[in-house]
Design a protein around this ligand. Structure first.
Ligand code: ARG
Ligand code: ZN
Length: 881
């Protein structure tokens, strides 16, 4: 029994609306149970459209109590209102007309967190992608741009603050205990960028003076009493505004910019025009409660949403297939911003780790889809790491291929040519072609072909001729709906290192186009010949991760170690160390699975310890070097027939090997990296903490008892150190009394701070091993857990499923059955959240047979359930296809 399976929408079916929307006037009379919305919409029929064509508007779970045409009631014979559309016939042939729609909403019972809902007694909206149709009937699609006026009426005592997009026009007391406020947004926008927030909130205020000298009022709204926690976000906002002026030449365009932090939110944040709404997790931070990772996330997400003002809002998407037009580009912009604020190399390493651990598995599994998809059943399921992160990598490759100046010229042309429009990926790419004179047709396959390309490389040196020949072959694996692929344009940055670590300068290069250190792979097979190479070189390929590919090259640990020691590109050094580690970890998995002793490679140990001890390198980099590939990285590398227990055992043994060999170095780092002064969240201090904690982790791995970890827990004076110490205790010594005490202490200390309690849930949800499932179940009945709050659910259930390979993938399949029950429980309340957490099973086919059988059965149980949402049924169907 299935309902709500959703229609498939196809890109090729796109056509513009029959009617042009000129203006929108909205009046909200807010009430938790019954909010009245009056929408006055001015339309005219588009030229050439048949006079008989009806107006068809989108709706979702609406109660309509009034419908007028030019202030006169429309007779029932002239319209049909169904669950998801309102069709109105007999409309004027050419003259503009006004449709007035009255709807009644119940924000309090809106648990889907789409449309208008309540969170902590605050009214709040989320309209992207299709939430506006839950407020009123509307042409709810991104290519319908209009100017909005919004009037908000609410009880003055409980709802003193009334916010919407644009500039505040005014407001007044209504004399009956209510008040109103009016807002006007002069910039035409699609409905997904509409926002309304109303309630009783505290505020932090500041100003920013733009490059042209205008003063912009900045406001961040948070719960009363939490104002101090917004100061880092405010600082990040001002830095973002300045950076976008300096780097992309983009100035802010309203008199006021507002951010509101709310505690119930399905995603990270939302870029509504002039009124960004944030998951409070990405706004609030102080040393006592936020980790260095939290600070970095806040900086990046504040920037991301702000940058959308130009890439997304001023220039938006023609349809939702073009989502990467705004998301991929804006992620690229926030990556560049963070790279400029922090260490570029360390930022790049973190990005690539994230890309490989999240996007590569998506691209290799049943949910793989192109960066620019051509069909979808539920658009919410396409806010994916492929659209966002791979989309960003594709933008980065355009910059690599064109070079800095031409990329900038292309961006300027894009802003110039398309400001105020809703456009496509083709429009975007054309700007770079026009600005550079380059043909990007083959390159555009990156938008259309799913799957991570595999490049296989092998080199041979001819000492007599002093030539080095590099053979490269690319294949793009088949993905759902795309069985055969064309060769792609892959920009591969490379260097040839000589034995002394210096870089060989080739006298000439043939066999591929080459610009600076980029070779352009465009054919299935290509051999590149470098001449004038004095001795056998070691190729360092895909410097800076210039292309999001899998790379296979036969390279000895010794050659890799040479790269790790001498590359001028720090990212490439990390990449080489990582490759040595991954080879060793894959071998360790096999050894563990066969019951053989696990052998720790000397090149690995030496490389890691040398990087850790190298004081010429920045601490944040050394910490990254010390972070071994995760268990899911190893699983992805192995690819099929995975046994998570063997991966875990093998990896633990390697950790123990490194811990033993590096003890002196790690002890020295504990002293050297101790904080010289009071806490500061800046990148340099964070890097020192990271390196010190990496050293501590290895030391604790070598420990027999919990004393050192317990001492670190007691000594911690910031959340980074505290949460790492607690993690070490819980993961390494799950049964020690010190661990139980620390967990209890942490809980008691932070019981009134839900965001910190989320860390407490997550740390326990990731304790390795089969017993953690029971712990997760117990924690779900803890009074601090709340199954209706997305952050709580993600931190406990989501973290368990996504980030606990041995716990979730219990050989008896109980982990999957647990998840299936959770999905079916969450789905009726919040389908988006359910669907998102279900994607944790996207790699189920790569498990060994016993587990994959259990996984399939659990998925089938979900698929067979009654009344599944379109969100969950879309995901589960694709996973079982
Ligand atoms: N546009 C938001 C961003 O900054 C994401 C919003 C997605 N929301 C959703 N319900 N699908 O990335
Ligand atoms: Zn975004």
């Amino acid at each position: 029994m299935r309902t709500n399976t959703g229609q498939t929408i196809h890109l090729e079916d796109y056509r513009p609306t029959d009617f042009v929307l000129e203006r929108v006037d909205l009046t909200f009379e807010l009430d938790p149970k019954e909010t009245k919305v009056e929408a006055r919409l001015i339309f005219h029929r588009r030229e050439g459209v048949s006079p008989a064509a009806p107006l068809v508007l989108d709706g979702d779970e609406l109660r309509m109590t009034g419908l007028l045409l030019d202030q006169v009631e429309i007779p029932p014979t002239h319209f049909d209102a169904t669950d998801d559309t309102l069709t109105i016939r007999g409309l004027p042939e050419t003259a503009p007309f006004e449709i007035t729609i009255t709807t009644l909403l119940s924000p309090e019972t809106n648990t889907k967190l789409m449309g208008l809902y309540r969170t902590n007694n605050v009214y709040c909206t989320q309209c992207e992608a299709e939430g506006f149709r839950r407020i009123t009937y509307f042409p709810d699609r991104p290519d319908v741009l209009a100017v909005y006026t919004v009037n908000i009426i609410a009880d003055k005592a409980t709802t003193p603050l009334l916010l919407s997009n644009g500039n505040h026009l005014g407001g007044a007391d209504m004399g009956d205990g209510r008040h109103f406020a009016a807002w006007f947004d002069p910039h035409p926008k699609p409905s997904y960028l509409f926002a309304l927030v109303a309630g009783d909130l505290g505020v932090v205020e500041d100003t920013f003076t733009t490059a042209s000298g205008r003063t912009v009022a900045l406001r961040i709204y948070v719960e009363h009493g939490k104002e101090a926690g917004a100061s880092y976000a405010m600082d990040a906002l001002k830095r973002s505004m300045k950076w976008d002026e300096e780097v992309f030449g983009r100035e802010y365009d309203l008199d006021i910019f507002m951010i509101v932090a709310v505690s119930d939110f399905n995603m990270g944040a939302m870029e509504n025009k002039g009124l960004n709404v944030f998951n409070d997790k990405y706004v609030l931070a102080d040393p006592e409660t936020a980790t260095d990772a939290d600070y970095a996330n806040i900086e990046a997400i504040i920037a991301h949403e702000y940058f959308h003002n130009w890439t997304g809002n001023r220039i938006t998407c023609r349809d939702w297939f073009q989502l990467c037009l705004k998301e991929g580009l804006t992620v690229f912009r926030d990556h560049e911003f963070s790279a400029d604020m922090r260490s570029r190399a360390v930022k790049r390493i973190a990005e690539v780790r994230h890309l490989k651990s999240e996007q590569f598995p998506e691209d290799a599994g049943p949910l793989a889809h192109p960066v620019r998809p051509t069909k979808y059943r539920e658009i919410n399921n396409f806010y994916t790491t492929t659209v966002y992160e791979k989309g960003s990598e594709v933008t980065r490759m355009i910059a690599t291929i064109l070079g800095r100046d031409l990329f900038k010229k292309g961006m300027d042309l894009y802003f110039d040519r398309h400001d105020g429009q809703a456009v496509t990926i083709e429009d975007f790419v054309a700007c770079f072609e026009d600005a550079s004179g380059r043909n990007l047709k083959q390159f555009s396959l990156w938008y259309h072909q799913a799957g991570t390309p595999l490049v296989t490389a092998s080199g041979s040196y001819d000492a007599d001729k002093q030539t080095f020949s590099l053979s490269l072959e690319q294949t793009v694996p088949p993905t759902p709906g795309q069985s055969t692929k064309e060769p792609m344009h892959i920009p591969l940055r490379l260097g040839l290192l000589l034995e002394d670590g210096s870089e060989a300068k080739a006298a000439s290069v043939s066999g591929a186009d080459i610009t600076e250190d980029v070779i352009h792979l465009t054919k299935r097979k290509q051999t590149v010949l470098f001449s004038g190479i004095p001795s056998r070189p070691v190729p360092s390929l895909n410097r800076g991760f210039s292309a999001p590919i899998n790379l296979h090259i036969e390279q000895s640990p010794g050659d890799r170690a040479l790269i790790a020691r001498h590359e001028i590109d720090l990212f490439a050094r990390w990449q080489a160390l990582n490759a040595i580690a991954l080879d060793n970890l894959v071998a360790a998995t096999t050894q563990a699975r066969n019951g053989q002793p696990v052998v720790c490679d000397n090149a690995l140990v030496a490389g890691l310890i040398a990087a850790a001890a190298d004081d010429r390198l920045e601490p944040a980099f050394r910490s990254q070097a010390l972070t071994l590939p995760s268990e899911s990285d190893i699983a992805r590398e192995i690819g099929s027939d995975n046994d998570p227990d063997a991966i875990h055992t093998g990896r633990q043994q390697i950790l123990a090997g490194v811990a033993a060999a590096g003890r002196d170095t790690f002890n020295r780092l504990m002293d050297d990296m101790a904080a010289p002064g009071p806490f500061s969240p800046d990148a340099t201090s964070a890097g020192r903490r990271a390196l010190r904690n990496s050293a501590l982790s290895f030391l604790v791995y070598g420990d027999k008892g919990p004393e050192r970890a317990a001492e670190a827990f007691r000594a911690a004076n910031n959340m980074t150190d505290l949460s790492i110490a607690l993690t070490l205790l819980a993961h390494r010594f799950p049964d020690a009394k010190e661990t139980a005490e620390a967990l209890a202490h942490f809980k008691q200390r932070f019981a009134d701070n839900a965001l910190v309690i989320d860390k407490w849930f997550a740390i326990q949800a990731t304790v390795p091993g089969p017993r953690t499932l029971d712990r997760v179940k117990t924690l779900m009945s803890d009074p601090l857990f709340n199954g209706n709050n997305p952050n709580r659910v993600r931190s406990l259930v989501g973290t368990f499923a996504f980030s606990n390979p041995t716990g979730f993938n219990r050989a008896d399949g109980e982990g999957y059955r647990f998840l299936a029950r959770q999905i079916l429980d969450i789905d009726p309340r919040n389908p988006q959240l359910a669907a998102r957490i279900l994607t944790s099973m996207r790699s189920w086919r790569s498990l060994e047979k016993v587990r994959s059988d259990h996984a399939r059965n659990a998925l089938a149980e979900i698929a067979g359930a009654a009344n599944l949402s379109a969100d969950v049924s879309d995901i589960v169907d694709r996973m079982l296809e």
